[in-house]
Design a protein around this ligand. Structure first.
Ligand code: CA
Ligand code: CA
Length: 346
């Protein structure tokens, strides 16, 4: 008997096929959802899985600019006394004084007027105009210790806007600078701005006082030439030299000639009048027109007793000995004469 083709089996097969299809569709939907395909549920899952954004701290330097307003996509406020602000990665930041906005730039750890303008040229007109305004608003008129923007500057700059690249820039900020709460009432010059920004980005020079020297003392005092020519500045600013005689041997007599530095502001000064044997220590600091060198270099000159001097002492001893012998002989001769006279008298 032939078994009737299993209708129930076929139904089972069809049912299984449906189940497979439903399973595949469900799985695919899940994959699409996890890939950010677009359902609101899947976005919700994504948001929950993302780590919280890290709040970063950056600094606005021209030198450090404090109490300047800033805003990013998620943050706003005023820079603290260190010129610091908060931002998130990949945000854009805009600094402002009252309603005056500086050009926007990508927020990062250190922002300078060069970054804001997007140039490397410190003599760029827009850069210099930004710096001119900032140093003119500095409360104590000393940008070297940081630039502190007064609250009054923000108040007086409400409703203002400035084009930092305009040839009319100076006129547009006259009133703001005159009433900014700073001791400065006039806009600083482009030259002052250039000097300030150069100083801000200056690399300090390195002093080199030359090689140590060993000298032999002679009958007369000695002079030695020092050489600071290996001092250098990475920015190739011209250097000023400041030599100083730190120490020299103690005087062994009640008074004796002392060594002195001749032309201590030159690259190659002279240490003159060395007479006492021992160590002479000289220091050198160089200045690049903005800052002193990162170091105070030292060089030691050692003055040793020389052979001629020793010979001279030896010669003196011989002379004294000869004199002593001569005196002794003369005394013996005198005694002999006295004895002879006494004998004749007798
Ligand atoms: Ca200041
Ligand atoms: Ca320099």
């Amino acid at each position: 008997m032939v078994r009737e083709p299993s209708k129930s089996n076929e139904r089972k097969k069809i049912l299984l096929s449906y189940l497979k299809i439903i399973t595949i569709i469900s799985f695919s939907s899940l994959i699409i959802g996890c890939g950010g395909g677009g359902s609101s549920d899947s976005v919700s899952i994504n948001e929950e899985a993302s780590p919280p954004a890290t709040v970063l701290t950056g600094t606005f330097i021209d030198s450090e600019v404090s109490n300047i307003a800033y805003s990013t996509e998620t943050r706003n406020g005023f820079t603290n006394e260190k010129g610091e602000f908060e931002y998130l990665n990949n945000e854009t930041i805009t600094f402002s004084i009252g309603a005056i906005q500086l050009p926007s730039s990508r927020a990062k750890a250190v922002i300078t007027p060069l970054d804001i303008v997007g140039t490397q040229l410190i003599n760029n007109t827009t850069v210099l105009n930004i710096v001119r305004l900032l140093i003119s608003l500095d409360q104590d008129d000393n940008p070297e210790n940081g630039i502190q923007i007064d609250d009054q500057a923000h108040e007086n700059a409400q409703g203002e806007s400035v084009d930092f690249s305009s040839s009319d820039f100076a006129n547009s900020v006259i009133n703001i600078v005159a009433n900014s709460g700073s001791s400065t009432t006039e806009l600083k010059s482009a030259e002052a701005a250039l000097r300030h920004i150069t100083s801000t980005f200056n690399t300090r020079p390195v002093a080199d006082a030359g090689h140590n020297q060993v000298l032999q003392a002679g009958v007369n005092s000695l002079d030695a030439t020092l050489d600071g020519g290996d001092s250098y500045d990475q920015d190739e600013h011209p250097l000023e030299y400041h030599w100083e005689l730190l120490s020299q041997p103690d005087c062994t007599l009640d008074s004796c000639p002392r060594a002195v530095l001749i032309n201590p502001s030159s690259k190659t000064p002279t240490l003159s009048n060395m007479s006492e044997t021992g160590y002479y220590v000289v220091s050198l600091v160089v200045n690049d027109g903005f800052h002193n060198s990162v170091n105070k270099a030292e060089v030691t000159l050692t003055l040793n007793k020389s052979f001629p001097q020793a010979a001279s002492l030896f010669g003196s001893a011989v002379v004294f000995s000869a004199l002593a012998i001569g005196l002794k002989r003369r005394r013996q001769k005198l005694i002999q004469l006295i004895s002879l006279k006494e004998h004749n008298h007798v």
